[in-house]
Ligand binder design. Structure first.
Ligand code: PLP
Length: 392
């Protein structure tokens, strides 16, 4: 067997192991220290009642010979596709059921979608970036080009007409920066992609955190996007499904790339390599779209956004520049006094028993920045901000 040596080209995922090691060392030196983790990327609130009740019902159905379900459709059950269809219809986006593919979360499909693409494509990825976009391409042996997301462009790079990209990754609200594209900014990308014949891979995993009605929650709010974009979404952050596993990917029928029908190709890919998401998870996801479920998941997101507001207020008081927070669970702050990311990390850990995520771990443009997340408790978030105010 010959191995895929592209794996050797992957950069080590030092970031979270290095953070864990530093935190362990600090805790060993100071066993009494009450460490607060403001870098948590996972949700912490439990599933809402509407979801739990739907799961209980689904479990009971699975235990009864009259309602037991075996293999489901690889693309997902119609009841969930229709719930997603109606969710988009509220924003005047018309999707066909066969354009909606239920997944076990956005991460798998973000990797799997590369099955549809030739190796020889120019792939454009923002820097800083969610590392999955980069690593999945490196594993496949594909070269990547970075576009700069910096303070100057508000961490939202715009297309350069002089560059011919074939595949473009966009994530809004963004992980790690929390920045959100406006409609006009997204339109620039859609127009660019259509002109160049490029495909946009749009990651909307954090769309439910958008509260400003002027900001787009789906790329399909932009005219022409159904001719150039695939959208990935997930119930992980919307409804706390990080451990349940369910998401969806929209592959429009109007997507024709290089003479190929991407919707047909994706259907073929999924029916060949995927056997669907569990019935119980899909019933749980369906409950998210029902009025009571919507109200309950919104309350959880409001809680996280309330934490983000606490952090924004503290950073405003300290006059520390940042983006994100208002429509995102992430805040991306500029390390004070020209500190680099790891120096600021060390300072916060040593002086305030606080753990943040150093921006340098997300790409070269992340140097000098740190990511804070809103997924802690209100009490810890308030305490963490008090500590930052005390030491700065
Ligand atoms: N996309 C982004 C930007 C993320 O931050 C995450 C998770 O943190 C995912 C996708 C993957 O989410 P999941 O696979 O849980 O749906």
């Amino acid at each position: 067997m010959k191995a895929n040596h592209n794996y050797e080209k992957l950069e080590g995922s030092y970031l979270f192991s290095k953070i864990a090691q530093k935190v362990r060392d600090h805790q060993n030196l100071h066993p009494e220290a009450k460490i607060i983790r403001m870098g948590i990327g996972d949700v912490t609130m439990p599933l809402c009642d509407a979801v739990i009740s739907a799961m209980h019902n689904a479990v009971s159905e699975m235990g009864d010979i009259r309602t037991f379900r075996g293999y489901g459709p690889e693309q997902g059950y119609s009841f969930l596709q229709m719930a997603i269809h109606d969710y988009y219809a509220q924003r005047k986006i018309d999707l066909d059921e066969i354009e909606i593919f239920i997944s076990d979360g956005a991460k798998s499909d973000l990797g799997n979608i590369l099955d549809l693409m030739d190796l020889d494509n120019r792939v454009l990825v923002p820097d800083p970036v969610y590392p999955v976009y980069v690593d999945t391409n490196v594993m496949a042996g594909r070269a990547i080009e970075f576009m700069n997301a910096t303070e100057e462009n508000g961490f939202l790079p715009q297309p350069d007409p002089a560059v011919q990209a074939d595949v473009i990754y966009l994530c809004s609200p963004n992980n790690p920066t929390g920045a959100v594209f406006t409609r006009d900014q997204l339109k620039q990308w859609v127009d660019y992609a259509r002109e160049k014949g490029a495909l946009i891979l749009f990651d909307a995993a954090y769309e439910a955190f958008i509260r400003d009605p002027q900001l787009p929650r789906s790329i399909y709010e932009i005219p022409g996007a159904k001719e150039c974009a695939i959208e990935f979404c997930s119930f992980s952050k919307t409804a706390g499904f990080t451990g349940v596993r369910c998401g969806y990917t929209i592959v429009p029928r109007t997507l024709n790339a290089d003479g190929a029908d991407l919707n047909r190709m994706w259907t073929r890919r999924q029916t060949t390599k995927f056997n669907g998401v569990s019935y119980i998870s899909q019933r749980a996801a369906e409950a998210v779209f029902q009025p009571e479920g919507m109200r309950q998941v919104k309350a959880n997101i409001d809680y996280y956004l309330g934490n983000a507001a606490v952090m924004m207020e503290a950073l405003d008081t300290l006059k520390i520049p940042y983006v994100g927070g208002a429509n995102s669970p992430y805040l991306w702050l500029k390390c004070p006094n020209q500190m680099d990311s790891w120096s600021f990390f060390d300072l916060l850990l040593k002086e305030a028993n606080l753990v943040v995520t150093p921006g340098a771990g997300f790409g070269k443009n992340g140097e000098g920045f740190c990511r804070l997340t809103a997924f802690n408790t209100r009490e810890n978030t308030i305490e963490a901000m008090e500590r930052i105010k005390r030491i700065l």
